[in-house]
Design a protein around this ligand. Structure first.
Ligand code: FES
Length: 124
């Protein structure tokens, strides 16, 4: 039997400040969804679905305001480049699964879970 080949990924967004969780279902092959950040990145998917994520530098890997903590799907993200690692070192509340939302691209179908930290510092 033929199956519909539509791809589908799910992004679950949790907020450290207690805001209600949001869930976005999207087809990764349709990226980009907006025009900020890497195509298919957390920032791209979030903004493209009408939700908010800080992005003081416009998604150009030059601040840390788009910092997210990845709870699920970390291994399926595009690898961080040196520039991103350097910036993350300055992000408040850095964890071992922290990424910049504008740089980390969800490369596979499946479910991703991220936490938006309570504190971000606007460096721009
Ligand atoms: S928006 Fe500035 S580094 Fe992601």
């Amino acid at each position: 039997m033929a199956h519909c080949a539509a791809r589908m990924a799910k992004l679950r967004i949790q907020y450290e400040n207690g805001d209600p969780e949001r869930v976005i279902e999207f087809d990764p092959s349709k990226a980009p969804f907006g025009h900020d950040g890497e195509a298919g990145s957390f920032l791209d998917v979030i903004l493209g679905h009408g939700l908010h994520l800080e992005h003081a530098c416009g998604g150009n890997c030059a601040c840390t305001t788009c910092h997210v903590i990845v709870k699920q799907g970390f291994a399926d993200l595009s690898p961080a480049e040196e520039n991103e690692e350097d910036l993350l070192d300055r992000a408040p509340g850095l964890t071992s699964t922290s990424r910049l939302g504008c740089q980390a691209v969800m490369q596979k179908d499946g479910e991703y879970v991220i936490v938006i930290p309570r504190f971000t510092i606007n460096q721009s």
